[in-house]
Design a protein around this ligand. Structure first.
Ligand SMILES: NC(=O)c1ccc[n+]([C@@H]2O[C@H](COP(=O)([O-])OP(=O)(O)OC[C@H]3O[C@@H](n4cnc5c(N)ncnc54)[C@H](OP(=O)(O)O)[C@@H]3O)[C@@H](O)[C@H]2O)c1
Length: 192
């Protein structure tokens, strides 16, 4: 049976290239972008010897995610690989102390909650696969926590990886209450 993958944010950049390379290996690819026309343009640019399905999908919009998940359950009816690639950006020079929080919130909706929302919405379909995979495309900025894009990528990667680990765990095992531990992370602030 053919492997099926969904790539978010595939209207250009890395997402479109990942979709192209997956298709070249014979994977059925669902190419998604906020604009269905841009998804179609990417799909048409890919060699059509394999099935490439364009889908309009805004990962920051719960209704859009739910309707895409419902559509995928119909056609192609399976999903083996989810690639959370979509990302929004802010000014890379931004510091936490002077950040525009509305812009930061928008980034969080795409880079953090977007991938998380996608993973949760598609878990039922992924669980039907014998070898499900969730790939979160993050950024080196997530390691340094540089700007809110980096913070969203770094935090998102950890949280979404935890949710992806539940792929094969239908009912998470009960956990013993643990004593609170202190963890620290540093965030760059403007000298002031
Ligand atoms: N390029 C680099 O050097 C680099 C370095 C480190 C990490 N990365 C990571 O690699 C991934 C791809 O980066 P890229 O450079 O290819 O960026 P890009 O060209 O800007 O692509 C990002 C994609 O995300 C889509 N997108 C934005 N908001 C969206 C939303 N709400 N719902 C669905 N799609 C949305 C955009 O599509 P539309 O605007 O057409 O909707 C666009 O196609 C990102 O996760 C990024 O963090 C890239």
């Amino acid at each position: 049976m053919t492997t099926t993958a969904l790539v978010t944010g595939a209207s250009g950049g890395i997402g479109a290239e990942v979709a192209r390379q997956l298709a070249a290996t014979g994977v059925t690819v669902v190419v998604s972008a906020r604009s269905v026309d841009r998804a179609k343009a990417t799909a048409e640019s890919i060699d059509n010897s394999v099935q490439v399905l364009p889908v309009g999908l805004d990962v920051a919009d719960p209704e859009s995610v739910q309707s895409a998940a419902a559509a995928l359950a119909e056609e192609p009816g399976r999903l083996d690989i989810l690639i959370n690639n979509a990302a929004a950006y802010v000014d890379w020079a931004e510091l936490a102390s002077t950040a525009d929080l509305d812009a930061a919130r928008t980034v969080m909706e795409v880079n953090l909650f977007g991938g998380w929302r996608m993973t949760n919405a598609l878990l039922p379909l992924l669980r039907r696969s014998e070898h499900p995979r969730v790939v979160h495309v993050s950024s080196g900025a997530g390691v340094t926590m540089m700007s809110s894009s980096g913070f969203a990528s770094g935090t998102g990667l950890r949280l979404r990886t935890r949710s992806a680990r539940q792929l094969s765990t239908r009912s998470p095992a009960p956990r013993r209450p643990s004593s609170p531990t202190r963890r620290s992370s540093s965030t760059p602030f403007a000298p002031g």
